[in-house]
Design a protein. Structure first.
Length: 121
């Protein structure tokens, strides 16, 4: 008898891909075979980059961990500073109850417009 199990293990950027795979292998135990056919590493936040620092500081933004994987990780692997920044509640994103308040969209618009107009000081 055999069974296949697909595991979507998301981990913080303080772990290496090797540590993450070792953890999954440990959880599966010695009688299970682990085959990794895809791996998307997490991104360390580029909070010291001048552009992102200005965006955060000028707008008194709260910085917090992102739920789930995003393309920011792909940028980070290539040395390109990036951020997830937008309106809405990430904990309900892509669900039936997802919504966003107009004032949140206006705040994001204002912050980005300011950054484009004023640049990095």
């Amino acid at each position: 008898d055999a069974a296949n199990l697909t595991v979507n293990y998301r981990y913080a950027p303080d772990r290496t891909p090797e540590q993450a795979e070792a953890h999954v292998a440990e959880v599966l135990g010695e009688y299970d075979q682990l085959i990794v056919d895809d791996h998307a590493p997490p991104a360390m936040p580029a909070l010291t980059h001048p552009l992102l620092r200005q965006l955060i500081d000028r707008n008194n933004l709260e910085v917090r961990a992102k739920l789930g994987w995003t393309d920011v990780a792909r940028f980070a692997v290539n040395g390109i500073p990036a951020s997830n920044f937008g309106a809405g509640d990430a904990s309900i994103a892509h669900t039936q109850g997802e919504f966003v308040e107009r004032h949140e969209i206006e705040l994001v618009y204002s912050a980005l417009l300011d950054l484009l107009n004023e640049g990095v000081s």
